[in-house]
Design a protein around this ligand. Structure first.
Ligand SMILES: Nc1ncnc2c1ncn2[C@@H]1O[C@H](COP(=O)(O)OP(=O)(O)OP(=O)(O)O)[C@@H](O)[C@H]1O
Length: 344
């Protein structure tokens, strides 16, 4: 394992921001720390960066402990949400800053800056000041600055969240491309599940200062361990075990032994819907979402969300038949029992 965080704990007064958090990043891996606001993502990133001190636990890079190493000696590149470029330096000076303080020769810095500007697709802006660039362009420069010094790890703290949706999507793909081509182990903080699904080799999902589940995007979306993860990763239908037994008996055999605190999680696209005059379910509403339609269907098992692609012929009030393949159902621990409800 390349970077390992073991039992990291951080408290602020009586408040535990991180409670024995352990994560691992392999060489070349793109890992997303995903979770709602306040769950401790940024705190964990700052601990790894050396910008905040650990109260307990260890952080090691290739087996060597980082705990006593100050931030500037860790050799990490960091990109923050706010572009945080030096406003009075040109783009070239910003990108070359880390190389200059390492004593790299002027000519070599200039060549490296040009190479990085080409990599982030802004070859013409070397002499501009950051204030003359758009938000998306500034974030590209911040990325170039972070990778200029060949960082051992790239840390990204919500680098896209200040940008509008279109720029965000383009830059998201570019970050991934740059990361892949250079193979830099990368840890990115985000609260956007779509961003994490699109970018990550591995997602670490956090809530209330602990890791709830770590795995591939497919694992977290299709095999969420808990209700929190199921709801955080996208829209899901969550059905109680007895409801499933009564209305979808085919799904029951995969149910875990202790069924009480489990719910069946079924994604809307995994429910097949067919028009049927004698169908037991009724279409209550239809949302057109461009590439798909989301139907709210009243079924004997209660209200269900169903998604269909292509030109759906349905109208409100239509009777339909629903079917769910046994494999479509994942049993998740209901970790919201006794706590406030979590919304998707
Ligand atoms: N310096 C601090 N002093 C006191 N409490 C803090 C401090 N830094 C963070 N916290 C608290 O620790 C918790 C975790 O904060 P953190 O910034 O890590 O969350 P986050 O998951 O990154 O959320 P967000 O996406 O909103 O930034 C929050 O409840 C926050 O209020």
């Amino acid at each position: 394992m390349y970077l390992t965080v073991r039992d990291a704990t951080k408290t602020y007064g009586n408040f535990t921001a991180l409670d024995r958090v352990s994560i691992e990043i392999e060489k070349g891996e793109f890992v997303c720390l995903l979770g709602p606001s306040g769950c401790g993502k940024t705190t964990l990133l700052r601990l790894i960066a050396g910008l905040t001190d650990l109260d307990g636990g260890t952080i090691t890079l290739e087996g060597a402990t980082l705990s006593d190493l100050p931030a500037r000696k860790r050799g990490f590149g960091i990109v923050f949400q706010s572009y945080s470029l030096f406003p009075n330096m040109t783009v070239a000076e910003n990108i070359g800053y880390g190389l200059k303080i390492r004593g790299v020769r002027k000519d070599d810095i200039a060549a490296r800056v040009q190479e990085l500007l080409a990599l982030v697709k802004l070859p013409q802006v070397a002499d501009n000041l950051p204030g003359q660039l758009s938000g998306g362009q500034q974030q590209r420069i911040a990325l170039a600055r972070a990778i200029a010094v060949d960082p051992r790890v790239l840390l990204l703290d919500e680098p896209l969240s200040a940008l509008d949706a279109k720029v965000r999507a383009v830059l998201r793909d570019e970050i991934r491309q740059v990361q892949r081509s250079l193979g830099i182990p990368t840890l990115m903080v985000t609260h956007d599940q779509e961003e994490a699904l699109a970018l990550a080799d591995k997602i670490i999902c956090m809530n209330h200062g602990v890791v709830v589940q770590a795995g591939t995007p497919e694992d977290l979306y299709h095999r969420p361990a808990t209700r929190f993860v199921a709801e955080f990763m996208g829209i899901s239908n969550l059905l109680a075990a007895d409801t499933v037994a009564r209305h979808f008996p085919d799904l029951v055999p995969t149910r875990p032994a202790s069924e009480d605190s489990y719910l069946a999680c079924i994604r809307p696209e995994q429910i097949e819907v067919t028009p049927s005059e004698n169908g037991g379910a009724v279409v209550r509403s239809i949302s057109f979402l461009g590439n798909l339609r989301r139907l709210e269907v009243e079924s004997p098992a209660g209200p269900l969300l169903v998604e269909t692609h292509g030109g759906s012929p349905y109208h409100t009030g239509d009777r339909v038949e629903l079917s769910i393949a046994p494999k479509a159902c994942t049993w998740v621990v209901d970790d919201t029992v006794g706590t406030e409800a979590v919304s998707a």
